[in-house]
Design a binder for this molecule. Structure first.
Ligand code: NDP
Length: 295
């Protein structure tokens, strides 16, 4: 079997067009949706992610401001910045690029973001809403995974989904959202972690396999059920001196080998990554609409 490629770039481009139409409609009413991004330190990956998000916002007409902060910033200094963005009328969505330097308490920063401006959906209140099936914002990567499956027509009802990785930003919110859904339309969920003794036995039972661990090509063909749909969230930089930039990007799934077993698979790059950016735009516009309705 050779798997169908689920092309995140194409699906994300469709979503960006829809968002651009929504932005144009808001602008026609005199409202300019705005996103503020905060990035602390000079981690190259974080800088690249934020630059991509800024470009995507510009392309759909969302106002953006990027706050590039030195890594020596104090926790109070960062909290003050978030508070000022919470108050700013031009800003409807706020994202704080993670990870933060070790001297900053990530929880305190996430909790400081006004929940109705929480475009990343990481605030405990928004995670709580997700957990009771009443979500305001779904974190962008989980939202992207779910939306790409929906738009690809992957039927989840009655299926078994295995999620490898249980981080707060990827694995847990996907599992949480699927657990809340109507079983007619949502899968039974198993979540795996680092010390799972029989990982392959569990992954082999998955109709839908979502992998978000951050280990290059850790999921091999032998770990995948024939015909499974495989979503690879991982982004890993591997040294490759044959390339000008000196590295290549691979996922957590051995793409070539698993493509021979799965029925559908996302590539890395070009799979979940573009969806994450598209759903951040979607969340920003939703935030703007909600704030205007409340005003
Ligand atoms: P974290 O490091 O926060 O979490 C990794 C999770 O994987 C943990 O739950 C950990 O288990 C689990 N894990 C680690 N090793 C194994 C293993 N050998 N077997 C099974 N489970 C394991 O990572 P993130 O969730 O933030 O990111 C995961 C990957 O996804 C990264 O490559 C990241 O770059 C990428 N990513 C991609 C995004 C995109 O837009 N495409 C967005 C966000 C992340 P335990 O809890 O037991 O420690």
């Amino acid at each position: 079997m050779t798997a169908r490629i689920i092309d995140g770039r194409i699906i994300a481009a469709d979503i960006r067009k829809e968002v651009a139409r929504d932005v144009a409609a808001l602008k026609a009413k005199g409202i300019m949706p705005g996103l503020a991004a905060v990035v602390v330190g000079d981690d190259p990956a974080s800088q690249t992610y934020v630059a991509n998000k800024e470009r995507a916002c510009r392309e759909v007409g969302i106002y953006t401001e990027i706050h590039r902060i030195d890594s020596s910033v104090s926790q109070d200094g960062l909290l003050d910045l978030i508070e000022s963005l919470n108050r700013a009328n031009r800003v409807h969505g706020i994202l704080v690029q993670l990870p933060l330097p070790p001297h900053i308490e990530e929880h305190a920063i996430i909790e400081c973001v006004r929940p109705d401006k929480d475009a990343d959906g990481f605030h405990p209140l928004n995670i709580g809403h997700l957990a009771i099936g009443d979500s305001q914002f779904v974190p962008a990567t989980p939202f992207g995974v779910m939306e790409m499956l929906r738009r690809e027509g992957v039927h989840l009802g009655g299926k078994h989904a295995v999620i490898v990785g249980r981080s707060n930003i990827v694995g847990k919110p996907i599992a949480t959202a699927w657990m809340q859904g109507d079983p007619q339309f949502f899968p039974r969920v198993t979540v795996c972690h680092r010390t799972d003794p029989n990982l392959a036995e569990v992954t082999k039972q998955a109709d839908i396999l979502v992998v978000a661990v951050g280990i290059p090509e850790v999921i091999t063909a032998e770990m995948v059920k024939p015909g499974a749909v495989v979503i690879d969230v991982g982004i890993n930089h591997i040294e490759d001196k044959s390339l000008k930039r000196g590295y290549k990007i691979v996922g957590d799934v051995d793409f070539d080998a698993v493509s021979e077993v799965a029925s559908a698979i996302t590539p890395v790059p070009g799979g979940v990554g573009p969806m994450t950016v598209a759903m951040l735009l979607r969340n920003t516009v939703s935030a703007a609409k909600a704030q205007i309705e409340q005003a």
